[in-house]
Design a protein around this ligand. Structure first.
Ligand code: HEC
Length: 167
């Protein structure tokens, strides 16, 4: 169930006066109601703490392979280590905490964008719980969350867990 922030805030105010003062409490409750990572956090994780460059390229694919042009003329697709086994069997269902990171390059092979699919339990059950994010090469967030544009195109691959390279 989705609870709008202002409504929740009023509710907390009604229940407890201290809730009005401590807005941190409201934020905490939002997290519980609707798990929603912020795109900056996974970017930090897959860059700083567990660099995606150390992960495997999607099985059977190559570095800077030809892309369809949607995400660049050339693309590299990496899969987090916890999901490699599923990817190897063309996983129709990737495990929770899977991260698929894709780099897009222009015709001159310059990095133009970084794209993330991150499976978060309970995030978006109607669309296999994928969290979507697009970043500039420097890691600035261009879009994130249940991004309609990403979902509507990837939905064509619903049978293989929304992943184009899966089949
Ligand atoms: C118009 C269709 C389209 C849209 C919109 C789109 N994608 Fe993709 N995506 C693709 C295709 C096609 C591939 C396969 C690789 C390639 O050709 O670039 C792909 C591949 C990917 C991959 C690698 C895993 C896979 O599915 O193969 C990720 C990650 C990804 N896209 C993320 C995103 C994100 C995030 C968005 C929204 C910001 C998005 N995509 C929007 C078509 C789309």
């Amino acid at each position: 169930m989705k609870v709008k922030k202002p409504m929740l805030f009023i509710l907390v105010c009604m229940i407890s006066i201290s809730g009005c003062v401590d807005s941190g409490t409201v934020e905490d409750e939002m997290t519980i109601l609707e798990p929603s990572p912020e795109a900056a956090t996974p970017f930090y994780e897959f860059n700083e703490t567990d660099s995606y460059k150390e992960w495997s390229i999607w099985p059977g694919k190559g570095l800077m392979m030809d892309g369809t042009g949607v995400h660049g003329d050339y693309v590299s697709i990496y899969v987090s280590s916890n999901a490699l086994a599923s990817a190897e069997i063309g996983g129709s269902a990737m495990p929770y905490e899977t991260m698929v990171v894709k780099e897009g390059f222009n015709a001159d092979k310059e990095l133009t964008g970084i794209y993330l699919m991150y499976k978060v339990e309970g995030f978006d059950p109607e669309h296999n719980d994928w969290f979507w994010a697009a970043y500039s090469p420097e890691g600035n967030v261009r879009s994130e969350g249940k991004v309609g544009g990403c979902i509507s195109c990837h939905e064509g691959k619903k049978d293989v867990d929304y992943i184009f390279v899966n089949a």
